[in-house]
Design a protein around this ligand. Structure first.
Ligand SMILES: Nc1ncnc2c1ncn2[C@@H]1O[C@H](COP(=O)(O)OP(=O)(O)OP(=O)(O)O)[C@@H](O)[C@H]1O
Length: 133
């Protein structure tokens, strides 16, 4: 245990804490701004609420929740990165450029893959609950 007159190695300086808290604020602002500008994200928010509701209704097990959480987080992550890449692409290349198109297409492809994975997880996790008699 650190003595009172010794600097505590485990505790970052105050400025660092402030910056960490500020980073959370920036991240939250990013999600909020993407939610406001992207209709797809609002759809994901609705789908997330529905999936969480279904999960509680069917009393999913721990592993099932883990899979659902990963699938939901995967789609949100892909969609937020896609939004960021679209914004950067529009900034860097407002005019038509094949590379700008490629960047946007690849980012959109990531969303498509994440969404396909989430659909598969949803079918495998909720299917047996929905169709069991
Ligand atoms: N600057 C550009 N240069 C070349 N192709 C582009 C450019 N901007 C967009 N594109 C092409 O048009 C497609 C659609 O781009 P857009 O910016 O409208 O995104 P989007 O798919 O409509 O996404 P969102 O609906 O989330 O805004 C891109 O995937 C890309 O193929």
């Amino acid at each position: 245990m650190a003595k009172p007159d010794e600097p505590n190695q485990l505790r970052p300086p105050d400025g660092l804490w402030r910056r960490r808290v500020a980073s959370f604020g920036h991240a939250g602002r990013g999600v909020w701004s993407a939610l406001r500008s992207e209709i797809h994200l609002r759809f994901h928010a609705l789908a997330t609420v529905l999936v969480l509701g279904l999960g509680f209704y069917y009393r999913l097990g721990r592993l099932e929740w883990a899979l659902v959480a990963l699938a939901v987080a995967g789609v949100w992550t892909a969609e937020l990165l896609n939004t960021a890449i679209e914004a950067l692409t529009d900034l860097a290349s407002p005019d038509f450029h094949p590379l700008a198109g490629k960047a946007k297409d690849v980012a959109a492809g990531a969303v498509l893959l994440a969404a396909a994975g989430a659909v598969a997880v949803g079918a495998l996790v909720f299917g047996p609950h929905l169709f069991s008699v």
